[in-house]
Design a protein around this ligand. Structure first.
Ligand SMILES: *Cc1c(COP(=O)(O)O)cnc(C)c1O
Length: 410
Protein backbone atom coordinates (compact mmCIF):
# COMPACT_ATOMS: atom_id res chain seq x y z
CA UNK A 1 0.00 0.00 0.00
CA UNK A 2 2.89 2.40 0.57
CA UNK A 3 6.60 2.29 0.27
CA UNK A 4 6.60 0.58 3.65
CA UNK A 5 3.62 -0.72 5.56
CA UNK A 6 5.66 -0.41 8.75
CA UNK A 7 6.17 3.32 8.26
CA UNK A 8 5.79 4.86 11.73
CA UNK A 9 3.35 7.44 10.35
CA UNK A 10 0.83 4.73 9.42
CA UNK A 11 0.50 3.42 12.92
CA UNK A 12 -3.07 3.70 14.16
CA UNK A 13 -4.69 4.33 10.78
CA UNK A 14 -7.23 1.68 9.80
CA UNK A 15 -8.78 0.63 6.55
CA UNK A 16 -11.86 -1.35 5.56
CA UNK A 17 -12.51 -2.99 2.20
CA UNK A 18 -9.60 -1.16 0.70
CA UNK A 19 -10.71 2.24 1.99
CA UNK A 20 -8.69 4.31 4.42
CA UNK A 21 -10.87 5.27 7.38
CA UNK A 22 -10.90 8.74 8.87
CA UNK A 23 -12.98 8.91 12.04
CA UNK A 24 -14.36 5.55 10.90
CA UNK A 25 -15.61 7.06 7.61
CA UNK A 26 -14.31 5.41 4.41
CA UNK A 27 -12.30 7.91 2.39
CA UNK A 28 -14.53 7.76 -0.71
CA UNK A 29 -17.61 8.59 1.41
CA UNK A 30 -15.71 11.32 3.17
CA UNK A 31 -14.72 12.88 -0.14
CA UNK A 32 -18.38 12.85 -1.23
CA UNK A 33 -19.44 14.31 2.08
CA UNK A 34 -16.88 17.10 1.81
CA UNK A 35 -18.17 17.73 -1.69
CA UNK A 36 -14.86 18.39 -3.39
CA UNK A 37 -11.20 17.60 -3.46
CA UNK A 38 -8.59 18.46 -2.38
CA UNK A 39 -9.26 18.64 1.34
CA UNK A 40 -7.54 18.37 4.68
CA UNK A 41 -9.18 16.03 7.19
CA UNK A 42 -8.33 16.08 10.89
CA UNK A 43 -9.30 13.14 13.06
CA UNK A 44 -10.81 14.02 16.45
CA UNK A 45 -10.13 10.57 17.89
CA UNK A 46 -6.44 10.88 17.08
CA UNK A 47 -6.26 14.32 18.65
CA UNK A 48 -7.86 12.95 21.79
CA UNK A 49 -5.51 9.98 21.88
CA UNK A 50 -2.48 12.20 21.51
CA UNK A 51 -3.55 14.47 24.35
CA UNK A 52 -4.29 11.44 26.52
CA UNK A 53 -0.77 10.13 25.82
CA UNK A 54 0.72 13.46 26.81
CA UNK A 55 -1.34 13.61 30.00
CA UNK A 56 -0.30 10.07 30.87
CA UNK A 57 3.43 10.65 30.42
CA UNK A 58 3.93 14.22 31.54
CA UNK A 59 4.00 15.45 35.12
CA UNK A 60 0.61 16.53 36.40
CA UNK A 61 1.76 20.00 37.41
CA UNK A 62 2.86 20.77 33.87
CA UNK A 63 0.50 23.03 31.92
CA UNK A 64 -0.05 21.92 28.34
CA UNK A 65 -0.41 24.67 25.76
CA UNK A 66 -1.29 24.33 22.09
CA UNK A 67 0.62 26.59 19.68
CA UNK A 68 -2.07 27.68 17.22
CA UNK A 69 0.55 28.41 14.56
CA UNK A 70 0.70 24.68 13.74
CA UNK A 71 -2.96 24.56 12.68
CA UNK A 72 -5.37 27.45 13.15
CA UNK A 73 -8.52 25.80 11.72
CA UNK A 74 -11.34 27.28 13.82
CA UNK A 75 -13.18 24.03 14.58
CA UNK A 76 -9.94 22.33 15.59
CA UNK A 77 -8.91 25.23 17.82
CA UNK A 78 -12.35 25.06 19.50
CA UNK A 79 -11.99 21.31 19.94
CA UNK A 80 -8.58 21.74 21.54
CA UNK A 81 -9.72 24.65 23.73
CA UNK A 82 -11.61 22.12 25.84
CA UNK A 83 -8.70 19.72 26.06
CA UNK A 84 -5.49 21.67 26.64
CA UNK A 85 -4.66 24.11 29.44
CA UNK A 86 -3.85 27.13 27.32
CA UNK A 87 -2.98 28.48 23.89
CA UNK A 88 0.12 30.13 22.48
CA UNK A 89 -0.50 32.67 19.77
CA UNK A 90 1.92 34.56 17.57
CA UNK A 91 -0.27 37.19 15.87
CA UNK A 92 -3.39 39.21 16.59
CA UNK A 93 -5.22 36.95 14.15
CA UNK A 94 -4.34 33.90 16.23
CA UNK A 95 -5.23 35.81 19.38
CA UNK A 96 -8.71 36.40 17.97
CA UNK A 97 -9.05 32.68 17.19
CA UNK A 98 -7.96 31.75 20.70
CA UNK A 99 -10.49 34.12 22.28
CA UNK A 100 -13.25 33.05 19.87
CA UNK A 101 -12.61 29.45 20.90
CA UNK A 102 -13.40 30.43 24.48
CA UNK A 103 -9.91 30.19 25.92
CA UNK A 104 -9.56 32.40 29.01
CA UNK A 105 -7.19 35.34 28.40
CA UNK A 106 -5.25 34.32 31.51
CA UNK A 107 -4.30 31.11 29.69
CA UNK A 108 -3.04 32.69 26.49
CA UNK A 109 0.58 33.63 25.77
CA UNK A 110 1.43 35.95 22.87
CA UNK A 111 4.94 35.54 21.40
CA UNK A 112 6.41 36.71 18.10
CA UNK A 113 9.34 38.90 17.11
CA UNK A 114 7.41 41.63 15.30
CA UNK A 115 4.35 42.58 17.32
CA UNK A 116 2.95 45.87 16.08
CA UNK A 117 1.60 48.58 18.38
CA UNK A 118 -1.85 47.58 17.22
CA UNK A 119 -1.25 43.95 18.20
CA UNK A 120 0.25 44.90 21.55
CA UNK A 121 -2.76 47.10 22.26
CA UNK A 122 -5.11 44.23 21.38
CA UNK A 123 -3.13 41.94 23.70
CA UNK A 124 -3.25 44.50 26.52
CA UNK A 125 -6.98 45.02 26.08
CA UNK A 126 -7.57 41.26 26.09
CA UNK A 127 -5.39 40.80 29.16
CA UNK A 128 -3.19 38.03 27.75
CA UNK A 129 0.43 37.40 28.71
CA UNK A 130 2.79 39.19 26.33
CA UNK A 131 6.05 37.35 25.74
CA UNK A 132 8.32 40.31 25.09
CA UNK A 133 11.10 39.70 22.58
CA UNK A 134 13.32 42.79 22.88
CA UNK A 135 14.10 45.89 24.92
CA UNK A 136 12.41 47.97 22.26
CA UNK A 137 9.24 45.94 22.51
CA UNK A 138 9.25 46.29 26.31
CA UNK A 139 9.46 50.08 25.98
CA UNK A 140 6.62 50.15 23.43
CA UNK A 141 4.45 47.87 25.53
CA UNK A 142 5.06 50.00 28.60
CA UNK A 143 4.06 53.17 26.73
CA UNK A 144 0.94 51.62 25.21
CA UNK A 145 -0.13 50.22 28.58
CA UNK A 146 0.18 53.69 30.13
CA UNK A 147 -1.84 55.20 27.25
CA UNK A 148 -4.81 52.93 27.82
CA UNK A 149 -4.42 52.51 31.58
CA UNK A 150 -3.80 48.75 31.40
CA UNK A 151 -1.53 46.70 33.64
CA UNK A 152 0.47 44.54 31.26
CA UNK A 153 1.06 40.88 31.95
CA UNK A 154 4.65 40.27 30.84
CA UNK A 155 7.11 37.44 30.40
CA UNK A 156 10.43 37.80 28.64
CA UNK A 157 11.24 35.52 25.77
CA UNK A 158 14.89 34.58 26.14
CA UNK A 159 17.22 33.52 23.35
CA UNK A 160 19.24 30.93 25.27
CA UNK A 161 23.00 30.56 25.23
CA UNK A 162 22.58 26.94 24.13
CA UNK A 163 20.95 25.16 21.19
CA UNK A 164 18.51 22.32 20.62
CA UNK A 165 20.65 20.03 18.49
CA UNK A 166 19.06 18.02 15.71
CA UNK A 167 15.97 20.18 15.37
CA UNK A 168 14.18 20.56 12.07
CA UNK A 169 14.09 24.30 12.73
CA UNK A 170 16.36 26.02 15.19
CA UNK A 171 14.76 28.96 16.95
CA UNK A 172 17.13 29.61 19.84
CA UNK A 173 20.85 29.86 20.44
CA UNK A 174 23.37 31.94 18.50
CA UNK A 175 22.19 35.11 16.80
CA UNK A 176 18.40 35.13 16.40
CA UNK A 177 15.52 37.48 15.70
CA UNK A 178 13.68 35.65 18.48
CA UNK A 179 13.86 36.69 22.10
CA UNK A 180 16.29 38.61 24.23
CA UNK A 181 19.82 37.23 24.33
CA UNK A 182 20.30 35.57 27.71
CA UNK A 183 23.29 37.78 28.50
CA UNK A 184 21.21 40.93 27.87
CA UNK A 185 18.30 39.78 30.01
CA UNK A 186 19.61 41.23 33.32
CA UNK A 187 19.70 44.71 31.77
CA UNK A 188 16.18 44.37 30.36
CA UNK A 189 14.85 43.05 33.66
CA UNK A 190 16.38 46.13 35.35
CA UNK A 191 14.78 48.32 32.70
CA UNK A 192 11.41 46.71 33.41
CA UNK A 193 11.80 47.37 37.13
CA UNK A 194 12.70 50.99 36.42
CA UNK A 195 9.49 51.30 34.39
CA UNK A 196 7.50 49.78 37.25
CA UNK A 197 6.57 46.72 35.20
CA UNK A 198 6.08 43.32 36.73
CA UNK A 199 7.80 40.56 34.80
CA UNK A 200 6.15 37.25 35.62
CA UNK A 201 8.71 34.92 34.16
CA UNK A 202 10.29 33.59 31.01
CA UNK A 203 9.67 31.85 27.74
CA UNK A 204 12.47 29.86 26.17
CA UNK A 205 11.80 28.03 22.91
CA UNK A 206 14.87 26.43 21.38
CA UNK A 207 13.59 24.67 18.28
CA UNK A 208 11.07 22.51 16.50
CA UNK A 209 10.66 18.95 15.16
CA UNK A 210 13.06 17.09 17.43
CA UNK A 211 12.76 13.31 17.80
CA UNK A 212 15.55 12.79 20.31
CA UNK A 213 14.28 12.48 23.88
CA UNK A 214 17.76 12.85 25.37
CA UNK A 215 18.40 16.11 23.55
CA UNK A 216 15.01 17.48 24.54
CA UNK A 217 15.60 16.45 28.16
CA UNK A 218 19.00 18.13 28.16
CA UNK A 219 17.62 21.37 26.74
CA UNK A 220 14.75 21.44 29.23
CA UNK A 221 17.21 21.04 32.08
CA UNK A 222 19.37 23.86 30.73
CA UNK A 223 16.26 25.96 30.21
CA UNK A 224 15.34 25.52 33.85
CA UNK A 225 18.87 26.45 34.99
CA UNK A 226 18.81 29.60 32.90
CA UNK A 227 15.34 30.59 34.09
CA UNK A 228 16.24 30.04 37.75
CA UNK A 229 19.34 32.22 37.36
CA UNK A 230 17.29 35.00 35.79
CA UNK A 231 14.46 34.58 38.29
CA UNK A 232 16.78 35.83 41.03
CA UNK A 233 16.80 39.20 39.29
CA UNK A 234 13.00 39.58 39.21
CA UNK A 235 11.27 41.96 41.61
CA UNK A 236 8.85 39.25 42.70
CA UNK A 237 8.80 35.44 42.68
CA UNK A 238 8.62 33.87 39.22
CA UNK A 239 5.08 32.90 38.27
CA UNK A 240 5.48 31.62 34.71
CA UNK A 241 8.00 29.46 32.93
CA UNK A 242 7.36 28.42 29.35
CA UNK A 243 9.83 25.61 28.69
CA UNK A 244 9.17 25.50 24.94
CA UNK A 245 8.51 22.17 23.30
CA UNK A 246 9.79 21.16 19.92
CA UNK A 247 8.54 17.56 20.13
CA UNK A 248 8.84 16.02 16.67
CA UNK A 249 6.79 13.47 14.74
CA UNK A 250 8.14 10.81 12.36
CA UNK A 251 7.87 11.84 8.71
CA UNK A 252 10.25 9.39 7.09
CA UNK A 253 10.67 5.60 7.27
CA UNK A 254 13.81 5.74 9.38
CA UNK A 255 12.40 8.28 11.85
CA UNK A 256 11.68 6.76 15.23
CA UNK A 257 8.80 8.27 17.19
CA UNK A 258 9.79 10.39 20.16
CA UNK A 259 10.19 8.46 23.42
CA UNK A 260 7.56 10.42 25.34
CA UNK A 261 8.05 8.42 28.53
CA UNK A 262 11.71 9.42 28.61
CA UNK A 263 10.86 13.09 28.09
CA UNK A 264 8.22 12.80 30.80
CA UNK A 265 10.74 11.38 33.25
CA UNK A 266 13.13 14.23 32.76
CA UNK A 267 10.34 16.78 32.88
CA UNK A 268 9.24 15.39 36.22
CA UNK A 269 12.64 16.33 37.63
CA UNK A 270 12.47 19.76 36.00
CA UNK A 271 9.01 20.43 37.39
CA UNK A 272 9.99 19.24 40.88
CA UNK A 273 13.13 21.37 40.93
CA UNK A 274 11.13 24.36 39.80
CA UNK A 275 8.47 23.76 42.45
CA UNK A 276 11.14 23.78 45.12
CA UNK A 277 13.04 26.82 43.90
CA UNK A 278 10.10 28.90 42.66
CA UNK A 279 6.90 27.43 44.10
CA UNK A 280 4.66 30.01 42.43
CA UNK A 281 6.01 29.41 38.93
CA UNK A 282 3.64 27.61 36.56
CA UNK A 283 5.59 25.38 34.15
CA UNK A 284 4.24 25.39 30.61
CA UNK A 285 4.97 23.12 27.69
CA UNK A 286 3.96 24.50 24.31
CA UNK A 287 3.35 22.06 21.52
CA UNK A 288 2.00 22.49 18.03
CA UNK A 289 3.12 19.78 15.65
CA UNK A 290 3.13 16.99 18.23
CA UNK A 291 -0.52 17.57 19.10
CA UNK A 292 -1.99 17.95 15.62
CA UNK A 293 0.55 16.76 13.04
CA UNK A 294 -0.30 13.07 13.04
CA UNK A 295 -4.06 13.66 13.18
CA UNK A 296 -4.25 15.23 9.74
CA UNK A 297 -4.41 14.02 6.15
CA UNK A 298 -4.28 15.88 2.87
CA UNK A 299 -6.51 14.20 0.30
CA UNK A 300 -6.23 14.95 -3.40
CA UNK A 301 -7.67 13.27 -6.48
CA UNK A 302 -5.79 11.87 -9.45
CA UNK A 303 -6.96 13.79 -12.50
CA UNK A 304 -4.47 12.46 -15.02
CA UNK A 305 -2.17 9.51 -15.31
CA UNK A 306 0.62 9.89 -17.78
CA UNK A 307 3.83 8.20 -18.74
CA UNK A 308 6.73 10.41 -19.75
CA UNK A 309 9.72 8.62 -21.22
CA UNK A 310 8.99 5.58 -19.16
CA UNK A 311 8.19 7.35 -15.86
CA UNK A 312 4.68 7.37 -14.41
CA UNK A 313 3.19 10.66 -13.22
CA UNK A 314 -0.03 10.86 -11.26
CA UNK A 315 -1.27 14.40 -11.75
CA UNK A 316 -3.58 15.50 -8.95
CA UNK A 317 -5.93 18.40 -8.28
CA UNK A 318 -3.84 19.38 -5.23
CA UNK A 319 -0.32 20.60 -4.81
CA UNK A 320 2.19 22.70 -2.97
CA UNK A 321 -0.18 25.68 -2.87
CA UNK A 322 -2.07 23.71 -0.20
CA UNK A 323 0.74 21.65 1.24
CA UNK A 324 4.11 23.27 0.80
CA UNK A 325 5.76 21.02 3.39
CA UNK A 326 4.90 17.83 1.48
CA UNK A 327 6.64 19.26 -1.58
CA UNK A 328 9.80 19.62 0.50
CA UNK A 329 9.91 23.39 0.27
CA UNK A 330 9.07 24.34 3.87
CA UNK A 331 12.51 24.54 5.43
CA UNK A 332 13.62 21.02 4.51
CA UNK A 333 17.27 20.62 3.56
CA UNK A 334 16.82 17.34 1.73
CA UNK A 335 13.60 16.61 -0.13
CA UNK A 336 12.04 13.33 1.00
CA UNK A 337 8.58 11.98 0.34
CA UNK A 338 5.94 12.41 3.00
CA UNK A 339 4.19 9.09 3.70
CA UNK A 340 1.30 8.67 1.30
CA UNK A 341 -1.13 6.05 0.04
CA UNK A 342 -3.69 5.52 -2.68
CA UNK A 343 -6.43 5.79 -0.09
CA UNK A 344 -9.10 3.84 -1.97
CA UNK A 345 -6.70 0.97 -2.71
CA UNK A 346 -5.45 0.18 0.76
CA UNK A 347 -3.96 -3.26 1.07
CA UNK A 348 -3.14 -3.50 -2.65
CA UNK A 349 0.45 -4.49 -3.28
CA UNK A 350 2.83 -1.88 -4.67
CA UNK A 351 3.04 -2.36 -8.42
CA UNK A 352 4.97 0.56 -9.77
CA UNK A 353 7.04 3.62 -9.06
CA UNK A 354 4.99 6.73 -9.65
CA UNK A 355 5.60 10.40 -9.01
CA UNK A 356 2.64 12.25 -7.55
CA UNK A 357 2.54 15.83 -8.74
CA UNK A 358 0.21 18.75 -8.19
CA UNK A 359 -1.62 20.91 -10.70
CA UNK A 360 0.72 23.90 -10.50
CA UNK A 361 2.81 24.81 -13.50
CA UNK A 362 6.16 24.50 -11.69
CA UNK A 363 8.51 21.55 -11.23
CA UNK A 364 8.55 22.35 -7.49
CA UNK A 365 5.04 20.94 -7.29
CA UNK A 366 6.10 17.41 -6.50
CA UNK A 367 4.14 15.64 -3.75
CA UNK A 368 5.96 12.31 -4.05
CA UNK A 369 9.03 11.47 -6.06
CA UNK A 370 8.95 7.94 -7.54
CA UNK A 371 6.92 6.44 -4.72
CA UNK A 372 6.22 2.74 -4.69
CA UNK A 373 2.43 2.50 -5.11
CA UNK A 374 -0.32 0.24 -6.35
CA UNK A 375 -1.41 1.19 -9.85
CA UNK A 376 -3.57 4.28 -9.49
CA UNK A 377 -6.16 5.46 -12.00
CA UNK A 378 -7.88 8.74 -12.71
CA UNK A 379 -10.42 9.38 -9.95
CA UNK A 380 -8.40 7.66 -7.22
CA UNK A 381 -7.68 9.46 -3.98
CA UNK A 382 -4.17 10.10 -2.71
CA UNK A 383 -3.84 10.66 1.04
CA UNK A 384 -0.73 12.26 2.48
CA UNK A 385 -0.15 11.55 6.16
CA UNK A 386 1.45 13.78 8.83
CA UNK A 387 -0.43 16.73 7.37
CA UNK A 388 -2.15 18.10 10.46
CA UNK A 389 0.56 20.65 11.26
CA UNK A 390 2.12 23.27 8.99
CA UNK A 391 -0.02 22.10 6.09
CA UNK A 392 -2.52 24.59 4.74
CA UNK A 393 -1.48 27.32 7.16
CA UNK A 394 2.10 27.23 5.89
CA UNK A 395 1.27 27.14 2.17
CA UNK A 396 1.14 29.77 -0.59
CA UNK A 397 -2.54 29.38 -1.48
CA UNK A 398 -2.59 32.31 -3.90
CA UNK A 399 0.18 30.87 -6.07
CA UNK A 400 -1.33 30.12 -9.49
CA UNK A 401 -4.88 31.04 -8.55
CA UNK A 402 -6.42 27.65 -7.84
CA UNK A 403 -9.22 27.34 -5.27
CA UNK A 404 -8.46 26.81 -1.60
CA UNK A 405 -8.89 23.28 -0.26
CA UNK A 406 -11.70 22.31 2.10
CA UNK A 407 -10.89 21.45 5.71
CA UNK A 408 -12.91 19.10 7.89
CA UNK A 409 -12.71 17.84 11.42
CA UNK A 410 -13.98 14.28 11.48
C1 LIG B 1 6.29 27.44 16.28
C2 LIG B 1 6.33 27.60 17.71
C3 LIG B 1 5.86 26.58 18.55
C4 LIG B 1 5.30 25.30 18.06
O1 LIG B 1 6.30 24.49 17.56
P1 LIG B 1 6.00 22.96 17.18
O2 LIG B 1 7.26 22.46 16.64
O3 LIG B 1 4.89 22.97 16.18
O4 LIG B 1 5.59 22.27 18.42
C5 LIG B 1 5.91 26.79 19.90
N1 LIG B 1 6.40 27.94 20.40
C6 LIG B 1 6.88 28.94 19.62
C7 LIG B 1 7.41 30.15 20.24
C8 LIG B 1 6.86 28.80 18.26
O5 LIG B 1 7.33 29.78 17.50
Amino acid sequence: MTERDDHPALKGWQSREGELLVGNVPITSLARRVGRTPFFAYDRARLKTRIAELRAELPERLTLHYAIKANPMAALVCFLAERVDGFDVASAGELTKALDAGMAPSKIGFAGPGKTDQELTQALAAGVLVEVESGGELARLSGLAADIGATPRIALRINPDFQLKGSGMRMGGGAQQFGIDAEDAPQIIADGRARGLEIQGFHIFAGSQNLNAETIAEVQTKTLDLALRLADLLASPMRYLNLGGGFGIPYFPKDRPLDLARVGESLATVVDTLAEAQPQARPVLELGRYIVGEAGLYVTRVIDRKVSRGEVFLVTDGGLHHHLAASGNFGQVIRRNFPLVIANRMGAAPQERASVVGCLCTPLDLLADKASLPRAEVGDLVAIFQSGAYGLTASPTAFLGHPDPAEVLV
